[in-house]
Design a protein around this ligand. Structure first.
Ligand code: HEM
Length: 437
């Protein structure tokens, strides 16, 4: 009898030890105890009611209190925010494979027919791999970028012409930058720009309107995203509104396809002013663009990452399925990595060895990652960079610019893409002797 009891106790002991060992080593069990620190919230709602709508500002403040990795419960979702370049490196590069998935918001799912696009589809599915391959190696290949330089030249020339026509009045810089890029991209994709045809004159504006609305909806705080069980009620109507925008977008594409079939391509020759071949010499402008991306990264929290399995970051467990944000905005302003971080000083990008090489857009330097890093890094870098610098160089070369009130307000408003609170309006005056240059 005694030996039987002894035997049972041995088993109990063994069982207890196994449970403890399991709890320590199994991420699911241990995750609870080792989740990153973070603010407490209300039952059910979590921290949702206290969230600063300017997420990038709010998350930066919370990091000052809780450290470079912290956790928030927002509704039924766990959000993890990483705000130091060391940890960004861990998430985006060292554990790239695990963090390469997304968790699309409802708005993102609706506009992409259920996540059927590069941005929102999962990392490991063949659809994403194929789409990304086509975009990076075909649409945006060096050969294609070279071949399409006439489109960019033509697009920028047109904008210069337009600015000449409106000299002395306020120009919405964001507006003309958007239309120029849109025309260049549509030109590359279907061979003609949106504003080139008389028939399409309003199409550009409609397109801009719908894209602006879509971007807004993607960044909207939507209850359905925090409480997926409520998503079928679509309480704020975000899903419904996105469906409406999706129909408008489809109608625009259908019109364009019909027009493209009907219209024969005719190309007008244009003279050049700034050429793309000059861009590699424009070191200072390159530094200005980089400094602007540093202080105002267009996607301040990148695009949400979603780990495919529970894993360890800085000693904390990041649970599978959590929404992980990398606060690039905070990293780019961190005094640990940047001297006088709030000062706009392009020279910091010039003082490196032979120019600006140490800071490129490939995401290898975790202190400077405006286009993200790792396998989900932006594939549009070559076109985005070329287009932006070319547009800016051309506008600055052809015109002198003044601000209507002498100064400009630089504050921003959070969205998946950061927006200026006050659009930049500026007045152009002629700089070159000949308008036809
Ligand atoms: C100034 C211009 C641009 C900036 C600052 C920018 C920035 C970004 C950022 C930060 C991401 C998220 C990366 C991550 O999660 O690590 C991203 C993703 C992406 N970008 Fe861009 N981007 C720009 C232009 C472009 C252009 C011109 C294209 C296409 C022609 C493009 C296509 C994409 C795509 C498809 C993704 C999703 C990639 C994926 O999930 O695999 N971007 N971009």
């Amino acid at each position: 009898m005694i030996s039987h009891i002894q035997w049972s106790w041995d088993y109990v002991l063994l069982f207890t030890c196994s449970i403890i060992t399991f709890a320590i080593y199994c991420p699911k069990f241990s995750s609870k105890a080792r989740l990153p620190p973070g603010p407490r919230g209300l039952p059910l709602l979590g921290y949702l009611p206290f969230l600063d709508p300017n997420l990038h500002h709010g998350y930066t403040k919370l990091a000052q209190r809780y450290g470079p990795i912290f956790k928030l419960k927002l509704g039924s979702k766990t959000h993890i925010v990483v705000g130091s370049s060391d940890l960004a490196k861990v998430v985006l590069r060292e554990q790239d494979e695990i963090f390469a998935n997304r968790d699309p918001p409802i708005a993102g799912t609706v506009i992409t027919y259920g996540g059927q696009d590069i941005v929102w589809s999962d990392n490991n599915n063949s659809l994403w791999r194929n789409m990304r391959k086509v975009l990076a190696f075909e649409v945006l290949s060096n050969k294609n970028l070279e071949a399409s330089s006439t489109f960019r030249r033509g697009g920028v020339r047109k904008t210069i012409k337009h600015v000449y026509e409106t000299m002395g009045t306020e120009v919405d810089i964001g507006g003309i930058a958007f239309m120029t890029s849109l025309n260049v991209i549509t030109n590359m994709v279907w061979g003609k720009s949106l504003v080139e045809d008389v028939k399409s004159t309003n199409l550009g504006l409609e397109f801009r309107e719908v894209i602006t609305k879509i971007v807004e909806l993607l960044g909207a705080v939507n209850v359905s995203d925090f409480f997926p069980v409520l998503s079928r009620f679509d309480l704020q109507g975000v899903g419904q509104e996105m469906k409406r925008q999706s129909k408008i977008l489809d109608a625009i594409f259908e019109r364009i396809i019909k027009e493209r079939i009907a219209i024969k391509r005719d190309e007008a020759g244009l003279n050049n002013i700034v050429e793309e071949s000059h861009l590699s010499n424009l070191r200072y402008l390159d530094a200005v663009v980089k400094e602007t991306f540093r202080l105002h990264p267009p996607l301040p929290l990148l695009i949400v990452r979603c780990p495919s399995e529970s894993c360890n970051v800085a000693g904390y467990t990041v649970p599978k399925g959590a929404n992980v944000y990398v606060n690039v905005w905070a990293i780019h302003r961190d005094p640990q990595y940047w001297e006088n971080p709030l000062e706009f000083n392009p020279n910091r990008f010039l003082s490196v060895d032979d120019g600006t090489t140490k800071f490129d857009y490939n995401g290898y330097n975790p202190n400077f990652i405006p286009f993200g890093s790792g396998r989900r890094r932006c594939p549009g870098v070559p076109l985005g960079e070329k287009m932006l610098v070319f547009f800016l160089a051309s506008m600055l070369h052809s015109f002198d610019w003044t601000l209507p009130n002498g100064e400009h307000e630089l504050s921003d408003k959070f969205g998946i893409v950061l927006k200026k609170n006050t659009p930049l309006l500026a007045i152009a005056s002629q700089r070159l002797p000949d308008k036809n240059l």
